[in-house]
Design a protein around this ligand. Structure first.
Ligand SMILES: NC(=O)c1ccc[n+]([C@@H]2O[C@H](COP(=O)([O-])OP(=O)(O)OC[C@H]3O[C@@H](n4cnc5c(N)ncnc54)[C@H](O)[C@@H]3O)[C@@H](O)[C@H]2O)c1
Length: 388
């Protein structure tokens, strides 16, 4: 595939219009379809505005911007996908609706067209099951906002043809993205490994270990994370973040490591969704006052360390279970969610023995499987090895 390949995108919402922008910027002709006329119009207006902003910032010439927009066809029916070399689906996260769309795509496109899904939480195997040739179905998972986030997870299913995996990876690499290969398991890499960033922060808050402002302060000031967990949950939306947590928990057959919290469930039920609703963990309404952190270095270091060991344990366990290579695991967390360091490299730096010791203490103290150390962590410690 090269930039003569026509790229189809189904769904012109937040992700679909971003993906269309990336492909058109890389020189492809793009067919962008949505079954809602309003959504297509919003996407068209949104892309126009983005181009204007890029011109104003001097990042794009007027000529290039109009060429990019000129390469995008806003389609009102799926037949226009007939000549596409790849179609990326970014519609509502519902398996039945996605299956219907893939069935239609199989009829409309050529036999060798790659059929990709941008799903965050559904298995690629289950989507592939809808079509006669699941060999050409693959997960291509962008992060939000797609044009700005460099990471893309490539997820072949059990039945995906390795040639399709390679072609997809090469295509997305040619768009200037960093691709990582992930196994078709819940949350793929990022949405699995990142769970404790939210979960352990909420747990400490529930226990009264520290308040939200202090936990956010510790993670940013002492840990170097761009946003604190509570700020980030308010930004993502507590409804969205809660749903991902609950889905991952269920999909892992209720492994207590991924157990959701009542704190977030109640916020979501009460409509305290975060920035978008004006209130979440913090109050965003005009004139509202928010708590100040207790800038206690020792407390802050304890907060950071507890979340960090839980994150490291998740990354180590993903390596142990062959979800991705060690290089891809570290790349995914730095490029997909802007972590200041890869978690495995961080483990090497802090000492695998120290990480293990803390997890064992937490497990003994709480008696919960949530804190069980990965067998690989024990093995690495026994053999006195490092990841890199
Ligand atoms: N928003 C994120 O942060 C994010 C990140 C990565 C992946 N994803 C995944 O990307 C997909 C889309 O998410 P989004 O946030 O862009 O959603 P969105 O709600 O912004 O957009 C979805 C669009 O799909 C359209 N649609 C629904 N059913 C359709 C159908 N049958 N045919 C054609 N169009 C249809 C809707 O009209 C809507 O415009 C989901 O699978 C989601 O899990 C989302």
């Amino acid at each position: 595939m090269d930039n003569n390949t026509i790229v189809g995108v189904v769904g012109s919402g937040a992700m679909g219009s971003g993906i269309a922008q990336i492909a058109a910027t890389a020189g492809h002709n793009v067919v962008l379809f949505d079954n809602s006329h309003d959504a297509l119009q919003r996407a068209s207006a949104g892309l126009n505005n983005i181009m204007k902003r890029l011109i104003a910032k001097g990042k794009l010439s007027e000529e290039d911007a109009s060429a990019i927009l000129g390469r995008i066809t806003f389609a009102d029916n799926m037949d226009q996908f007939g000549d596409c070399g790849i179609v990326i689906e970014a519609i509502v996260e519902n398996i039945e609706v996605k299956k219907e769309v893939f069935k239609k795509l199989e009829w409309i496109t050529e036999d060798d067209t790659i059929l990709a899904s941008n799903t965050s939480s559904l298995s690629i195997a289950s989507i592939g099951a809808a079509v006669e040739k699941p060999e050409r179905v693959i997960g291509i998972h962008f992060f939000n906002p797609a044009p700005l986030m460099p990471l893309v997870e490539i997820i072949p299913s059990l039945l995906t043809d390795p040639a399709i995996t390679l072609a997809s990876k090469e295509l997305i690499d040619s768009w200037g993205k960093k691709t990582v290969l992930a196994k078709d398991t819940p949350g793929f890499i990022v949405n699995r490994v990142a769970r404790p960033f939210y979960g352990e922060a909420i747990r400490m808050y529930e226990e009264g270990f520290a308040d939200i402002a202090t936990i956010d302060w510790a993670m940013k000031e002492l840990g170097g994370f761009r946003m604190g967990p509570f700020e980030l949950m308010d930004y993502i939306g507590n409804d969205v973040n809660y749903t991902v947590t609950e889905t991952v928990f269920r999909e892992f057959f209720y492994d207590p490591r991924y157990k959701p919290s009542f704190t977030q469930k109640r916020l979501s039920e009460a409509g305290l969704l975060g920035r978008k609703s004006g209130r979440g963990y913090y109050d965003y309404r005009e004139g509202a006052e928010n708590p100040n952190p207790t800038e206690d270095k020792e407390l802050g270091e304890n907060i950071l360390w507890r979340i960090l060991v839980m994150l490291i344990n998740e990354a180590v366990d993903a390596l142990y279970l062959n979800i991705a290579s060690k290089e891809d695991l570290d790349l995914a967390m730095t490029k997909g969610v802007n972590y200041p360091k890869g978690l495995l490299a961080w483990a090497d730096e802090k000492g695998i023995d120290k990480v293990l010791e803390t997890l064992e203490k937490l497990q003994a103290e709480y008696g919960e499987d949530r804190y069980r150390p990965s067998p690989l962590l024990r093995k690495m410690n026994r053999e006195n090895k490092t990841f890199f």
